[in-house]
Design a protein around this ligand. Structure first.
Ligand SMILES: NC(=O)c1ccc[n+]([C@@H]2O[C@H](COP(=O)([O-])OP(=O)(O)OC[C@H]3O[C@@H](n4cnc5c(N)ncnc54)[C@H](OP(=O)(O)O)[C@@H]3O)[C@@H](O)[C@H]2O)c1
Length: 489
């Protein structure tokens, strides 16, 4: 049995013509093909035999029954006849349900000694609490490989499954995948956990299970074929996470820097952050980016804080050092660097919309660089608490909207796009002959704020400029190397 994790392309054609096309397409970046024969309306064994002869990659035949998430509704006796005929076509693997009768397994083994049999368990409702008990009940020894696919309701379900896989993949040849959005990272991290297969679809609309990534994403973005048990994992912690291009930036950076590392985006809801951190500590996660809404609360779960993260109790970066998670803040210095590329900050009058984790970190750094800062926030007390400690002024949005004069040289929006749309729908920046507008929003880059600023003659900087600056600083923190600079960033 090959112990490297193989990329399996799942094809779900319902006729031989489409199957031939999909098999060809899968050959581009898969190492194994799983042929979901339960999707083929009228199984034609002659056509299948022809296609089978042409296949260059190892193949898994699967005739998944309905109760385990498939489309095969045949009665048990008919299924058995079909499975025997399928085995005659010499697939490399046959994927059967975990409760397949032992006499079927014995008969298949007697007639096809080279056939490898996968025992599959699917739970579309959740991830059992007691995974060791589950594997005992699956008769793992009766199969050549055991596949466990369970639904993840939170990131914690996925992390529990990954810990179980990493601890037990030496004992049982295993495939372990968490289904659904929260489980997506399990498809990328399978090689790091010792899983034998990870599954991808050919196109985004052809996912065989919820949360499945495309073969192109697995191969080009995450380089899954190069990952192994020694790979260091880095991740984003946030909710939502769709806006972040961190997986593109950091995986590209790891490849350019020659690091055996991978970056995954973890959607962590606020109410499971503490539990998630203690599970993450049990896996080889060496660093994190932290985004909305966790930049402040995360600091209570860390073992130490450095620089602005210590001063402000706001962290957007975590670095693991000697099994300790240390918090850093790279947003603050990055915002100053982005602005300093255009203008000297000293004595500039800066308005910051939003006094959340990012707004306050940027405000602090600008005050330190000698700017006069006004923080504008929906919850005025949050901005006031900051300025009482660090200086500057605090206003609410009603005050901003009623200003007779607009006394600012730089305006920075740190409100998420929807928040800005709700709060500032009718507000427009005044026309100016000079002035810089920075929006740190990442999706979209051309926000309402930026559109309004462009129309009024402000020089505009979009969220990608800040993103690149803070992400390079994260890389320098994680690898303790201040020389890291990326030509493409
Ligand atoms: N480009 C980059 O590299 C980069 C870096 C960091 C952050 N970001 C982006 O910046 C944004 C903020 O991140 P964060 O970490 O600072 O978030 P955060 O700590 O959760 O702060 C959110 C801010 O938005 C305000 N807000 C939320 N909903 C609002 C609404 N409906 N009306 C008015 N104000 C509202 C909050 O005001 P209250 O205090 O009143 O709740 C608070 O000021 C996110 O979109 C994030 O993706 C981008």
């Amino acid at each position: 049995m090959n112990s490297r994790c193989l990329r399996v392309a799942v094809i779900m054609a319902n006729d031989s013509h489409t199957a031939a096309q999909h098999i060809e397409q899968a050959s581009l970046n898969a190492e194994v093909i799983e042929w979901r024969l339960d999707y083929w309306r009228n199984l034609d064994f002659n056509e299948m035999a022809q296609l089978r002869r042409k296949m260059r990659l190892p193949v898994i035949f699967t005739l998944r029954k309905k109760s385990q998430g498939g489309r095969c509704e045949r009665p048990q006796a008919q299924r058995w006849v079909l499975l025997q005929r399928l085995a005659e076509l010499s697939p490399d693997y046959l994927d059967l349900e975990y409760d397949t009768p032992v006499v079927w397994l014995d008969e298949l083994r007697r007639r096809h000694p080279h056939l490898k049999i996968i025992g599959s368990y699917h739970d579309f409702t959740g991830t059992p609490d007691d995974l060791p008990a589950l594997i005992q009940s699956l008769r793992a020894c009766a199969f050549d490989l055991i596949k466990i696919a369970t639904f993840a309701h939170t990131i914690c379900d996925t992390l529990r499954l990954l810990i179980f896989l990493r601890e037990n993949s030496g004992k049982y040849p295993m495939i372990g995948l968490a289904m659904g959005e929260y489980g997506q990272i399990s498809r990328i991290l399978a090689p790091v956990m010792g899983g034998l297969f990870t599954y991808g679809c050919l196109t985004p609309d052809a996912a065989a299970a919820p949360g499945q990534l495309t073969m192109t994403e697995l191969t080009d973005t995450y380089r899954v074929h190069l990952l192994n048990r020694e790979t260091a994992i880095y991740g984003l912690l946030g909710d939502p996470i769709e806006q972040s291009p961190g997986h593109i930036f950091h995986n590209h950076a790891f490849a350019s820097l020659g690091k055996n590392a991978v970056y995954v985006k973890c959607r962590v809801q606020a109410d499971v952050l503490g539990q998630a951190i203690s599970l993450l500590r049990q896996l080889p996660f060496f660093g994190f980016s932290v985004t909305i809404p966790h930049k402040e609360t995360i600091t209570t779960y860390l073992d130490g804080r450095c620089g602005e993260a210590e001063i402000l109790s706001i962290a957007n970066t975590i670095h693991r050092e000697n099994h300790r998670y240390l918090g850093f803040n790279t947003d603050a210095a990055a915002a100053v660097a982005v602005l300093e590329n255009k203008i000297s900050i000293k004595n500039q009058r800066v308005l910051i919309l939003g006094a959340g984790g990012s707004g306050k970190a940027i405000a602090y750094q600008l005050l330190t660089a000698g700017a006069a800062v006004t923080l504008c926030n929906r919850t005025l007390s949050r901005a006031q608490a900051f300025i009482q400690r660090w200086g500057g002024a605090a206003i609410d949005f009603d005050t901003l909207f009623s200003l007779a004069e607009f006394p600012y040289d730089i305006v920075i929006n740190t409100l998420p796009a929807e928040a800005f749309a709700q709060q500032c729908a009718h507000w427009r920046l005044p026309a100016v002959s000079h002035g810089i507008a920075l929006d740190i929003t990442l999706k979209p880059l051309e926000t309402l704020f930026i559109q309004s600023a462009r129309a009024a003659g402000w020089r505009c900087l979009t969220g990608d400029s800040l993103f690149n600056e803070q992400a390079i600083r994260q890389l320098r923190t994680w690898f303790q190397d201040s020389r890291i600079a990326l030509a493409w960033a």
